[in-house]
Design a protein around this ligand. Structure first.
Ligand SMILES: Cc1cc2nc3c(=O)[nH]c(=O)nc-3n(C[C@H](O)[C@H](O)[C@H](O)COP(=O)(O)OP(=O)(O)OC[C@H]3O[C@@H](n4cnc5c(N)ncnc54)[C@H](O)[C@@H]3O)c2cc1C
Length: 328
């Protein structure tokens, strides 16, 4: 695939480093992707009251190629095609061409998810302020399937199901406490308490909304962290919707991101030693032992986590790469 007709005319560099506009070329066009244009302004629901909206985007796959060709000039002639160039740039962490693409979202999200998103410092955020406006009476009440036991293997996650009565007791407490808090909020406002003070009574299950704008490289970084199974389920749902929209804007870059970032398996030095042992015919357990990747405690009891367990999980990923559910 090439971008010959869609790419803006100042790509016509003639091998030099300084872009000059050729007056015989058609007028420079804003890069547009019809699939992404159709998605603009259409809310994609997330959780009970949340949503992700693509507000606007700047650039597309062609903008990445355009930036790279300014940087490399005639050097890119050795690259087979634009798809190959994008995949090369991503594999080799040539990041700035990806920064030429930007996406702006409008997110409606519970405050506890917003607290996780705000950690991604490379996004520009403008949040609606409860100093000026009144909070809507909307809080996140997780479905019964989302209320589960504390995970035994992942200290920050959830695991096995809980008895139905425990789930319902929690959901009913959350419902009652949230409604009580909102009632107190409204009473405070009616009694003349300043909005900026009254809002402090609202729990983190209440919703906020903001514009969230970020360039494609940093969006990929955000998606890598927040699509990961270690991220909290709720932020993963937002990340999944944002990933869908990102794929519309820059499908070739997104495909490369899936292959070289989401689906990559990184092996440390000892893990490489274990792979060498595997290639020489060792069992996974023997390979772990040879590479000092522990699978058991000192007393022989099996470990549930740690470098050895993570290595076996990586082997499992490799074994299943390309089967249903993976993107290879
Ligand atoms: C599963 C998971 C669990 C987490 N648990 C916790 C937790 O328990 N407690 C907690 O506080 N946070 C937690 N976080 C948040 C995490 O520590 C990061 O703050 C968050 O993921 C943002 O990552 P980032 O800094 O790479 O991204 P960004 O802020 O978007 O930054 C992108 C990149 O820019 C560079 N950069 C940006 N700002 C700076 C800077 N000031 N100095 C140097 N380099 C910079 C870095 O290379 C960085 O990777 C968790 C995140 C995840 C995904």
């Amino acid at each position: 695939m090439t971008f010959g007709s869609g790419a803006p005319p100042f790509l016509n560099l003639g091998g030099g480093w300084c872009p000059t506009v050729d007056p015989t070329e058609p007028k420079m066009q804003r890069p547009a992707v019809p699939e992404a244009d159709r998605a603009i302004g259409v809310p994609r629901p997330v959780l009970a009251h949340g949503s992700v909206v693509l507000v606007d985007y700047m650039g597309n796959d062609a903008a990445i190629v355009q930036a790279a060709r300014v940087s490399y000039g005639a050097g890119t002639k050795s690259v087979r095609d634009d798809r190959g160039l994008i995949r090369y740039l991503l594999r080799h962490h040539h990041t700035t061409p990806f920064e030429m693409v930007e996406l702006k979202f409008l997110l409606r999200l519970p405050i506890y998810v917003a607290r996780q998103m705000v950690r991604h410092r490379t996004a520009s955020i403008n949040e609606s302020s409860l100093r000026y406006s009144i909070a809507p009476d909307e809080f996140d009440l997780p479905g019964p399937e989302a209320v589960r036991q504390q995970s035994k293997v992942n200290r920050q996650g959830r695991g096995e199901p809980l008895p139905a009565e425990v789930v319902e007791a929690f959901r009913s407490d959350l419902d009652r406490v949230s409604k009580d808090a909102y009632g107190a909020y409204v009473r405070a406002l009616e009694a003349g308490v300043a909005r900026e003070t009254a809002r402090t009574i609202l729990p983190v299950a209440y919703y906020t909304q903001w514009y969230w704008k970020i360039d494609l490289w940093n969006l990929f970084h955000f998606l890598e962290l927040r699509l990961d199974p270690h991220a909290q389920e709720e932020i993963r749902k937002y990340a999944a919707e944002m990933a869908h929209l990102t794929r519309l804007v820059a499908p070739i870059a997104y495909e490369a991101f899936e292959e070289f970032t989401l689906d990559r398996v990184v092996l440390g030095r000892r893990e490489q030693r274990a792979v060498r042992a595997l290639l020489e015919g060792a069992t996974p357990e023997a390979a772990c032992a040879a590479a000092d990747l522990p699978l058991t405690k000192a007393d022989g009891a099996p470990l549930r986590s740690g470098e050895g367990i993570e290595f076996l999980a990586k082997l499992d990923r490799i074994r299943h790469a390309g089967s249903a559910g993976t993107t290879v």
